[in-house]
Design a protein around this ligand. Structure first.
Ligand code: BTN
Length: 335
């Protein structure tokens, strides 16, 4: 029934004209009664569907802010990203969910989405506040055919795709704080947490999960926990507009699918580097590198083909900064 729902909604959304009940039955291989039942259910949920005898059905409008498996699925035009979609009203964290599905054999591109997380995870053991109704939380399963040392680049690919998708949908200028925080007007709107599972011999990547949290419709900074009020923001706070999460998520998945395929060809960021650097915050500006082995300052010059940050020290020496435990700050404030 669930699939029928997504399929029917997809058919309606993708046709400019009316679709007859018979066409729906033929295309989806379901009975007339099944089609009728799904249509009535959708109408009950607030979908505006016009039914004209002898012509069929036409989707006029989705209910405002609708965020569900069928709503997201019906907006996808991808080949593999999100093609298998699991949607939860509430879960602990989509990252461990995705890992569990991956261990059970979920295909490349399987995506777990939640409206709310009760144990959202950030990087470095931090938590990720995940209330219902406002944000996007999703994790995509990837089954790469490359060695574990290439995995960190996937996070940069995701950062680029998400930053561009947000820009396209909202018009906001998105910057990337190396390696993978997305920032609007100096404050963080997106966090990405990539985790990897290796084969027991540790020489092959079994799967990767890339988890993304986007602050979309929070009204004000008071909606964030005290500790991050100075550094976090949402797309709504920055633009004054409310955004449709299903639409934004579909755009993110489409962009990521395309960028990941570019990355996969060469297994370097060479073909994406220019676009990434165009959004890189603090390029050619002073940065402080918080290396546990000793802090230093320098000028950030961009990234290498493999995603390290290139920092020119005052001594003239060029250092490559690897993502991981090192963090980089502008000389003033968070970015
Ligand atoms: C960060 O600390 O910047 C990373 C935050 C990552 C949050 C996302 S939300 C979806 C996925 N599930 C989680 O528990 N974390 C990631």
């Amino acid at each position: 029934m669930k699939t029928d729902r997504s399929d029917i909604l997809t058919c309606l959304r993708n046709s400019a004209d009316y679709v007859s009940g018979q066409q729906l039955c033929d295309r989806l291989g379901v009975s007339r009664t099944a089609v009728w039942k799904v249509i009535s259910q959708l109408k009950e949920e607030g979908y505006r569907i016009e039914s004209v005898p002898s012509r069929g059905y036409r989707l006029v409008e989705s209910p405002a802010g609708m965020y569900s498996e069928s709503e997201i699925a019906s907006r996808l035009h991808t080949k593999w990203a999100g093609r298998r979609l699991l949607f939860f009203e509430s879960t602990g964290s989509t990252n461990p969910d995705a890992k569990r599905f991956a261990e059970e054999g979920a295909p490349h591109g399987t995506t777990v989405v939640a409206d709310r997380q009760t144990a959202g995870r950030g990087r470095r053991g931090r938590s990720w506040e995940s209330p219902a109704g406002r944000s996007i939380y999703f994790t995509i399963v990837l089954r790469p055919a490359f060695a574990p040392d290439k995995a960190s680049m996937v996070t940069l690919v995701m950062a680029l795709s998400v930053a561009e998708a947000i820009h396209e949908v909202t018009g906001l200028e998105t910057g990337i704080k190396w390696p993978n925080d997305i920032v609007v007007n100096g404050k963080k709107v997106v966090g990405i947490l990539t985790e990897m599972s290796m084969t027991p011999e540790m020489n092959e990547t079994q799967f990767l999960v890339a988890g993304v949290g986007v602050n979309v419709n929070q009204e004000s900074t008071a909606d964030f926990p005290e500790e991050i009020r100075q550094t976090a923001t949402s797309l709504k706070i920055e633009s004054g507009k409310e955004f449709d999460r299903a639409e934004l998520l579909a755009r993110i998945l489409a962009g990521f699918e395309a960028d990941y395929e570019i990355f996969e060809k060469e297994l370097t960021l060479s073909a994406l580097k220019e676009r990434y650097e165009a959004r890189l915050i603090g390029r050619n500006a002073a940065v402080r590198v918080l290396d546990p082995a000793g802090e230093y300052t320098g000028i950030s010059r961009g990234i290498t083909d493999t995603g390290e940050l290139v920092v020119e020290k005052e001594t003239g020496e060029t250092v490559l900064v690897y993502a991981g435990e090192v963090s980089v700050r502008g000389l003033y404030g968070y970015v």
